[in-house]
Design a protein around this ligand. Structure first.
Ligand SMILES: [Zn+2]
Length: 472
């Protein structure tokens, strides 16, 4: 309907009704609805994300049984068509079997093609016009697959000794919910998780309703109001000890820690409120409605992740790792990489921020971290290569060069332009690009603009040349 009313007045104005209809018929093959693309165009993950629409809200209603690892879900997805669509894809692994899909309340045809491991192809009964908003409801269930990434790490809905550790960077989200799994399509989330009584399920944002137990199952409801990239969602489950509070600056926080890890986690978590307030003072307002952390015993995972509002840790966090993940709330979660090759705008910034927390809290200065890494000569590939501005392929996005050389880049910039200008750059970046996406090039241009300096050579040697920088 929107398509007709959009097009006809323009044609009538030009040539009258009869001519308009003739033009309309002649033009219809060109303007006909077509399927949305199967990927969002990221060279590292070609099937990730989809074309033709933009999601505004995910409503996920999940039920997980730790005894069988079976996950059942109903996902209600509200989206906006960015082109005329005869069909569109959602990203969902085939291990999760879809039993029904509706679009705008009408049953839709769908397939989960064997050749496309994470594409759910949906064909609505009526084509969607460009500009239409629509609601897709997907009912699905199965054993969530554990995804092994190009670098060998695992992600998705990962069972642990006492629950599930749920992480999605860079491609784990379609292992537990249907989505437009590209970092550039952020949306609000309502996540409702039902688990056996005694377990606690923790997702992003704030608790929307008191947990309710019925027939031995408890339902937890969480709401993430601010935009969130799909890879930052979590719905982790365990016998958590949940603690809440407020930072001195007024940001509410929630921590969920497995009982056996509460003592070991206490020293770092005690600093969480001060870290949030410190980073707020340096980077500008905290981007979300709450902060927190999730701590689980998940040795098979081996990495922490900046899941939005509540970063998750596979063991008791140390202070610097906690600082890194909290800094990601500004750099990564609020200002998010555009493509995976832009990973430096997430990781270089979070890593440097952890050095900065050390400096601000009386530990080693950020310059001391810089000096330590700078003592390694050019033969140390692990530190200097591949270059932070483009790690080259998906297996390299979490390399030390992105993190440590990437953090050195910011510290070197700080020294080059001076603290006053440098912190103006960081604060401006976090504020002006809030909830957006950015590339490495976006940052280098932004820094040059704010500092009124030609930083071409500086960023070339630090981010793009494979050798250890010697003069900048
Ligand atoms: Zn990180």
């Amino acid at each position: 309907m929107a398509r007709i009313s959009f097009r006809v007045p323009r044609l009538i104005g030009r040539s009258g009704m009869a001519a308009a209809l003739a033009v309309l018929v002649a033009a219809s093959p060109v303007a006909a609805a077509s399927p949305g693309a199967t990927g969002a165009g990221d060279p590292y993950f070609p099937l990730q994300g989809n074309g033709g629409y933009d999601v505004g809200h995910y409503g996920l209603n999940l039920r997980w049984d730790p005894a069988t690892d079976r996950l059942d879900g109903v996902a209600t997805i509200q989206a906006f068509a960015t082109q005329s669509l005869s069909a569109f894809d959602l990203d969902l692994r085939r291990d999760l079997v879809v039993t029904s899909v509706s679009v705008n309340g009408e049953r839709a045809a769908f397939t989960q093609p064997a050749l496309l491991q994470q594409e759910l192809v949906v064909r609505p009964r009526h084509s969607l016009a460009k500009g239409d908003t629509f609601t897709a409801v997907v009912t699905y269930g199965g054993i969530p697959p554990v995804i092994t990434d190009p670098d060998g790490s695992i992600e998705g809905w990962v069972p642990t000794a006492d629950g599930a550790f749920v992480v999605g960077e860079p491609q784990g989200s379609p292992a537990w919910y249907p989505c437009n799994d590209t970092p550039t399509d952020k949306a609000a989330f309502d996540v409702t998780i039902t688990v056996p009584a005694g377990y606690t399920a923790v997702s992003n944002g704030e608790m929307r309703a008191r947990p309710a137990t019925r027939y031995g199952w408890t339902t937890f409801s969480w709401r993430q109001r601010q935009p969130m990239a799909t890879y930052l969602a979590t719905a982790s489950v365990s016998h958590f000890v949940v603690t809440t509070g407020r930072t001195p600056g007024g940001i509410p926080w929630t921590t969920a820690v497995e009982p056996a890890l509460t003592a070991d986690s206490a020293p770092a978590l005690a600093k969480l409120p001060a870290m949030v307030d410190y980073f707020t003072s340096v980077f500008g307002p905290y981007p979300f409605g709450s902060a927190g952390a999730i701590v689980m015993d998940a040795p098979a995972i081996g990495y922490a992740l900046e899941t939005q509002t509540k970063p998750i840790f596979p063991g008791a966090p140390d202070e610097l790792t906690l600082a890194h993940e909290l800094a990601h709330q500004w750099f990564g979660d609020s200002v998010t990489l555009r493509r995976w090759s832009d990973i430096w705008v997430n990781e270089g910034f979070a890593e440097w921020s952890s050095w900065m927390w050390s400096e601000a809290s009386g530990g080693d200065s950020a310059q001391a971290f810089f000096d330590y890494y700078n003592s390694f000569d050019n033969t140390n590939d692990w530190l200097w290569r591949p270059v932070p501005a483009d790690p080259g392929d998906a297996a390299n996005i979490f390399n030390s060069a992105v993190y440590e050389r990437g953090a050195m880049t910011l510290q070197a910039l700080r020294v080059k332009v001076g603290d006053e200008t440098f912190f103006r750059i960081l604060r401006g970046w976090a504020t002006q690009l809030r909830y957006g996406n950015a590339s490495v090039e976006d940052f280098t241009s932004f820094a040059a603009r704010v500092s009124h300096q030609d930083l071409t050579h500086f960023f070339d040697v630090w981010l793009r040349q494979p050798d250890k920088p010697t003069s900048w």
